[in-house]
Write a protein that binds this ligand. Structure first.
Ligand code: HEM
Length: 802
């Protein structure tokens, strides 16, 4: 096999076949032509170790002499160098249908790219040689129809990683079905370890029953002979099959497959087994064989973690003692420490109500700094507008958000924020984006109404929050990336996986605010941080693939709607500044918009429907206004009706607008928000703020304060927003649901448009009731005010008595 380059013979590079590489890190492999496989085992030829080859180092050149590679490869090489500087470690590659029966993308790590550039046939040749030897054996048994399973699809990660392996049996079945005429299917397991998976077609059972072998293993670092006399060659995988071992009669007796705890007891006393027979506690057996050194390493790690935790606790304790002893009069009054938040994490926003009742502005101690909590509109205006330049998101906030949101608008300050804000404000004001998004909102509202119609017909309960979350996810995804996600129909497994990973990641990132050990956990990749990392991997893979597809479509002119969605518009903008606006940056921007628009709107609508159920008179008034505002016809179906919800009709709905706003007052989608002081400052109430202090405004608590909203503050009364039936705005520093000042929500108008279209479509057709009037929803503490167990509703066609 040869690889052409620029066309000149000088640049043609030999791709080495098995055993031909001049330099590699293990002895060259040899194919024994014509000899039976057994005889090769007796061959005692000693092969010398080859010269050590040029090694891969992330960020360093992939080849020793760049001048020797052709132009395309050199271009890719420059891309690799730039990407490495940004910490990127993989490149996405599209695999076409004809290769592995399905079109999909694989992530190629840069070290694999290195193998490719150097045309190291090592990994491939091991696999090939294994397959060849298997084929020889098969041919001897007169089996000629042999198939292979794609090693990219079936590898160690897809088998052992719980995030991926739930889909693996399904994928494997698909492969097997496509090759059902083969008698033997070879599965080159991964690049280090391999196994065969053989479908013996004797039973004619189809599909075959698949079961994963719980296994563990090591690799032979040198040639060896096992106690049973078999020879092991350097590089061989050595797997011990714990799952299978437990079922072996020759190990555990005739009742091996029975569950019988008594086998571990003698006269009622627990008896140990040989760790080499009972290998479940692999760590101890490893330690045993490694002369306990594993245990020492473990002990050292444990000691280091303990010391780290201890140092945090001690410095926190010292800081607390100092602050409480000082009780500086000019600082906001002390109301406790972070432990108070941690203890009440599940009802955190109600905890804020108690802070706001105690002091309009107070302070909690965190390790190394204070967090100020306020419900005072004057202080909020001071922080968000008058002294905007003195307060930023701050290192604490951005550090917490960075892994998931990168440099997206929520997690940045300064130049990057200004850049995104400017671009986004321009795009959000364009007619193209407005028209496109209102079309999307109408279409998805109709889909939701259609889905609800089945529940109305069958009188079954719906989880309204779940349906709303799916609908807004689909809408924001379409508006944001120009792609149908269809989580509402639930048909596409990878979309659902992405959507679940995104929700879980948002929740896990929020937990970091009270988890003092998140950085340690992140470092060790354990607990919530390990989960978060996996979710982010799923999200990245999904989004990066879409960005690359979009770029490709736009380049080839295939995307006719190219300029309508947010991503396309940012990609166009990126042509002027490709350095800054690379794919990673686009990913951050898109994810931030998704977070901004999806949960906020869905959660607000969930609380809105809950309040309508609790206040049937308000529900009737909203329904009446919708009927009056829309030019509808008796024969309208869901689709034709939703098409009538144009801007003119939506603008007439003042009572609906007031009801949504009243919902946001009591149940703000972002229940608490904050910034950090970049320099010392004095607040309008005279309290001193020190550089590094957090400044939190308690939006949820503010909606319940009588000194802000009067005696009926806790009542749900949309009328408070109307004068002569016309909606009246409030000061954005008193009603902070959409933030205020230069960082006021960019999508406020979009949000109202989407919420009003969805509400009008659903309420025109249906009446909603709580499934259980006695149960009120409870929120889950996260970025947005999410109902913990969803919202269970019954739906009735409007006009039919309930
Ligand atoms: C009921 C719905 C919504 C509510 C209550 C809401 C509320 C908020 C709040 C409180 C912030 C400030 C967050 C912070 O401090 O970082 C914010 C920012 C933002 N929102 Fe919304 N939002 C909603 C819907 C939307 C939608 C639908 C979009 C986009 C289509 C959107 C786009 C944004 C953006 C881009 C920012 C960042 C602004 C900046 O930092 O300069 N929002 N929103």
């Amino acid at each position: 096999m040869r690889q052409g380059s620029s066309g000149s013979g000088d640049h043609i590079h030999q791709v080495y076949q098995l055993g031909q590489q001049p330099v590699q890190s293990v002895a060259p492999l040899k194919v024994f032509d014509g000899k039976p496989v057994e005889s090769s085992r007796q061959d005692t030829t000693d092969y010398a170790f080859a010269e050590r080859a040029y090694q891969f180092v992330q960020g360093k050149d992939l080849v020793q002499n760049l001048r020797k590679i052709p132009t395309c490869m050199r271009n890719l090489h420059s891309w690799y160098l730039n990407a490495s500087k940004e910490g990127i470690e993989t490149i996405m590659v599209r695999v076409s249908e004809e290769h592995y029966f399905q079109e999909y993308c694989v992530n190629v790590d840069f070290n694999e790219l290195f193998q490719l550039y150097n045309l190291r046939a090592l990994d491939k040749s091991i696999i090939s040689s294994y397959c060849l030897s298997k084929m020889l054996e098969c041919k001897r048994d007169e089996i000629t129809d042999i198939g292979f399973i794609d090693p990219h699809t079936m590898h160690v990660k897809t088998i052992e990683d719980p995030v991926y392996n739930k889909d693996t049996p399904e994928i494997l079945l698909r492969f097997l079905k496509r090759q059902h005429d083969k008698r033997l299917i070879i599965w080159p397991y991964n690049f280090d370890v391999w196994e065969t998976f053989i479908k013996e077609d004797k039973s004619h059972e189809w599909p075959p029953k698949l079961r994963w072998k719980a296994k563990d293993g090591k690799m032979a670092d040198e040639d060896d002979v096992l106690p049973n006399g078999y020879r092991v060659i350097k590089g061989d995988g050595m797997n011990y099959m714990m799952y299978a071992m437990a079922r072996m009669k020759y190990l555990w007796g005739e009742d091996a497959e029975e569950f019988r705890p008594e086998r571990w007891l003698a006269n009622g006393v627990f008896q140990q087994e040989s760790p080499y027979k009972f290998v479940a506690f692999n760590l101890s057996s490893l330690a045993a064989s490694a002369g306990m050194c594993f245990v020492s390493v473990f002990a050292m790690v444990f000691l280091a973690i303990t010391l780290y935790i201890l140092s945090i606790v001690v410095s926190f304790a010292v800081f607390c003692v100092r602050e409480f002893a000082q009780r500086a009069q000019d600082r906001p009054p002390l109301i406790g420490t972070v432990l108070r938040q941690l203890k009440n994490f599940d009802r955190l926003f109600d905890e804020h109500v108690s802070y706001a009742l105690l002091h309009h502005t107070g302070r909690l101690i965190y390790p190394g700094h204070s967090e100020v909590f306020t419900s005072d509109p004057a202080v909020i205006e001071h922080v968000l507008k008058t002294n905007f330049s003195k307060y930023s998101k701050g290192a604490f906030n951005t550090q917490v958000m960075r892994d998931l949101f990168g440099h997206g608008i929520f997690a940045t300050d300064g130049e990057k924020w200004r850049h995104q804000r400017k671009l986004a404000s321009h795009e959000f004001s364009t007619k193209v984006l407005r028209d496109f998004s209102s079309d999307v909102f109408r279409m998805n509202s109709a889909k939701l109404a259609e889905k609800i119609s089945y529940a109305a017909a069958d009188r079954t309960t719906i989880d309204m929050q779940d349906l709303l979350m799916r609908t807004t996810m689909d809408s924001m995804f379409k508006v944001g990336l120009g792609t149908e996600l269809n989580t509402l129909s639930g048909s596409d497994e990878s979309s659902i996986q992405f959507s679940d990973a995104f929700d879980e990641a948002s929740s896990l990132v929020y937990y970091r605010y009270v988890d003092l050990l998140w950085q340690v956990k992140r470092h060790l990749n354990i607990g919530s941080e390990a989960k978060l990392k996996k979710c982010i991997q799923i999200i990245d893979k999904f989004v990066m693939k879409l960005i690359q597809q979009k770029r490709g479509q736009m380049k080839n002119g295939h995307d006719h709607n190219a300029r309508e969605d947010i991503l396309s518009r940012f990609i166009l903008a990126s042509e002027e500044d490709p350095e800054t606006m690379n794919d990673r940056y686009l990913r951050d921007i898109v994810l931030s918009f998704l977070l901004a628009g999806k949960d906020t709107t869905a959660n607000t609508l969930s609380w809105f429907f809950y309040m309508l159920c609790k206040n049937p008179v308000v529900q009737d008034k909203v329904a009446f206004e919708i009927k009056e505002s829309v030019n509808w016809a008796q024969e309208d179906n869901i689709e034709t009706y939703s098409a009538r919800l144009n801007q003119g009709a939506i603008d007439k709905m003042h009572y609906l607008h007031a009801t949504l706003t009243e919902t946001l007052r009591l149940y703000p989608a972002v229940p608490v928000d904050g910034k950090m002081a970049d320099e010392d400052d004095v607040l309008p109430n005279g309290y001193r703020v020190i550089k590094g202090d957090g400044m939190n405004y308690m939006i949820y608590a503010m909606g319940r304060m009588k000194y802000l909203w009067g005696e009926d503050a806790e009542e749900f009364r949309p009328e408070r927003w109307l004068a002569n039936g016309v909606f009246q705005n409030e000061s954005p520093y008193k009603f902070v649901a959409f933030n205020a000042g230069p960082r006021i929500c960019l999508g406020k108008e979009f949000a109202y448009m989407q919420m009003k279209i969805m509400a009008a479509t659903l309420i025109h057709f249906y009446r909603f009731k709580l499934e259980d009037e006695s149960k009120g929803p409870v929120y889950k503490t996260m970025f947005t005010l999410h109902m913990d167990k969803g919202l269970q509703l019954l739906v009735y066609p409007r006009g039919i008595s309930t």
